[in-house]
Design a protein around this ligand. Structure first.
Ligand code: ATP
Length: 513
């Protein structure tokens, strides 16, 4: 199965089982907007909660807020979004398709990188044990040629981005012979800037003064509340403010399912530090966030750090945590050292002093900020891409199983009477009515037990408990574990303990060890 086929299957699976539906589907949908269904909303809540607990509950110096989506329009002037939150777009005149010029070039670079990797792979096979990778890369003429090309394009591309040189972006596309994937031609328009913010009107005024924006990031709601939280929470630097919530971006090309949406959710944390200490905290949060991802049991090889070529206007260091989605390694989370840019800008535009008073040195200063910013929907897609497995079993049959980390699984326990008679359904309800106070449970009595297990595998339920005749004799049930499919008999009174072992944050979220 190719990665493309796998991705299509994941999308179909999420729809079939009620994780994700296209928005407004009965009206043929709305581009790049999605709804989370009965299981999707549970999984999404669980991811949000796992993030929230690791950041807020487990750090006594990080508090959480929930700021409004609508904010004073001057905020977006101060933050730079009105003038600079642009993407360079380009149209193909033949297919009439629109692209992000930077993405076209990045994809071109990735293709050159692929060619290098293929040469290395071939040589590894050919030379076997005596293969010297470093030497091959630095001497093989074809690889050297690809590498020189890659470096030349990359350097020129970074420079064009940093200087906002739209002409040179177009020149690179033309000179590199990059064609439109749909029409196959190089018949391109010029590159133009496009602002990604959605705007709307507030109140009954229709003039310009009533124009407000739907926030394109949650971070600004944190910056403008810095003083409120610092004063009322009696916070001492370093301290953090976290929040999760909706953000909106009028993305030029919104493909790849929930990877790039026009309405999405972010989980962000701004950490306020003393100027000069930002690199220490930048490195701390890079490591911490990596450990958070690994704590879910997703293999390390699925992640990589990518330092930014183009540092945003507000930052002095920036890294992406990239995840290997079915369509390749792509940004999942950003970690940025934002200096004092945002607070200083808001100080300037609002005329309010946004400073911290250090009791020890008797000095006031504008704190520096380290930010961690992850897309909740992207995390959802990362979890699903990792979890989706098609397996051939020993008896020759096949199953689709979602190996969702148990702590995130939508349903934790399926409660199944072996048959629909002999008081088994009543007994099953009796057990579930106790368990449901602690765990999200699902009752199912339809079809054979084997088919019911398959249904639970397909939605990632880590445990199935089955009530049978013996339950009435000795108060035991069988408990089946999703990944191993092993079943053991246990006392009803032990179920909670067994399931909790896998869900207890003490076991999985002890990240500062
Ligand atoms: P990209 O380069 O993919 O457009 P970005 O660098 O603009 O992303 P940030 O502004 O750093 O993204 O936003 C932080 C996080 O928010 C991203 O790492 C991503 O997980 C998420 N995110 C950003 N844009 C979208 C979107 N359109 N749909 C879903 N998630 C998004």
């Amino acid at each position: 199965m190719t990665q493309e086929e796998l991705f299509k299957k994941i999308i179909a699976h999420t729809k079939e089982y009620g994780f994700i539906f296209p928005s407004s589907e009965i009206y043929d949908g709305l581009a790049a907007v999605y709804d989370y269904g009965q299981l999707g909303s549970l999984l999404k809540n669980n991811i949000r909660e796992y993030w929230w607990k690791s950041m807020v509950q487990l750090h006594e110096n990080i508090i959480g807020i929930d700021s409004a989506i609508f904010m004073h329009p001057t905020i977006w002037k101060a933050s730079g979004h009105v003038d600079a939150f642009n993407d360079p777009l380009i149209d193909n005149k033949d297919s009439k398709k629109r692209y992000r010029a930077d993405v076209l070039i990045e994809e071109h670079l990735a293709k050159i990188e692929d060619k290098i990797n293929k040469e290395v792979e071939k040589a590894t096979k050919r030379f076997g044990e005596i293969f010297n990778r470093e030497m091959f890369i630095s001497t093989n003429p074809r690889v050297v040629e690809y590498r020189n090309k890659f470096n030349a394009v990359k350097t020129r591309f970074s420079k064009a981005l940093n200087n906002n040189d739209l002409n040179d972006l177009k020149n690179i596309i033309e000179e590199e012979g990059i064609v439109c994937p749909v029409s196959g031609t190089h018949n391109w328009t010029d590159v133009r800037q496009f602002n990604l913010m959605f705007s709307t009107q507030m109140g009954s005024i229709t003039e310009d003064s009533g124009t407000i924006y739907l926030r394109p990031e949650t971070a600004q709601g944190i910056f403008v509340n810095f003083l409120n939280v610092y004063k009322t929470g009696r916070m001492k630097i370093p301290f953090g403010i976290a929040q999760t919530g909706k953000a909106f971006r009028n993305e030029i090309v919104a493909r790849q399912f929930i990877f790039r949406m026009r309405e999405f959710e972010q989980m962000e944390m701004q950490y306020f530090v003393k100027p000069g200490e930002e690199m220490k905290w930048f490195n701390y949060w890079k490591e911490f966030r990596k450990k958070w991802h690994l704590s879910l049991g997703i293999p390390e090889a699925k992640f990589r750090f990518h330092d930014h070529e183009k540092i945003a206007h507000y930052a002095n260091a920036a890294t992406d945590i990239e995840f290997e989605f079915p369509f390749g390694f792509k940004e999942l989370e950003g970690i940025h050292s934002r200096t004092d840019f945002d607070l200083s800008q808001h100080q300037k535009f609002s005329g309010k002093k946004l400073q911290y008073f250090d009791n020890e040195t008797n000095e006031s200063y504008v704190p520096y900020v380290i930010e961690t910013s992850i897309g909740l929907d992207r995390m959802f897609l990362a979890v699903l891409s990792f979890a989706y497995n098609e397996e051939k079993l020993e008896d020759g049959s096949e199953r689709i199983v979602l190996r969702i980390p148990p702590v995130l699984a939508p349903i934790k326990i399926a409660v199944l009477p072996l048959v629909k008679r002999d008081n088994m359904p009543e007994k099953a309800y009796e057990i579930m009515n106790v368990l449901k106070f602690d765990f999200m449970c699902q009752y199912d009595e339809k079809d054979t037990i084997g088919r019911r297990y398959r249904r639970q595998d397909a939605i990632g339920t880590p445990y199935c408990i089955t009530i049978d005749q013996q339950t009435f004799e000795d108060n035991t049930v069988t408990i089946r574990e999703r990944d191993t499919m092993k079943q053991v008999r246990v006392l009803i009174s032990k179920i909670s303990e067994i399931v909790n072992e896998k869900l207890n944050l003490k076991n999985i979220l002890n990240l500062n060890k």
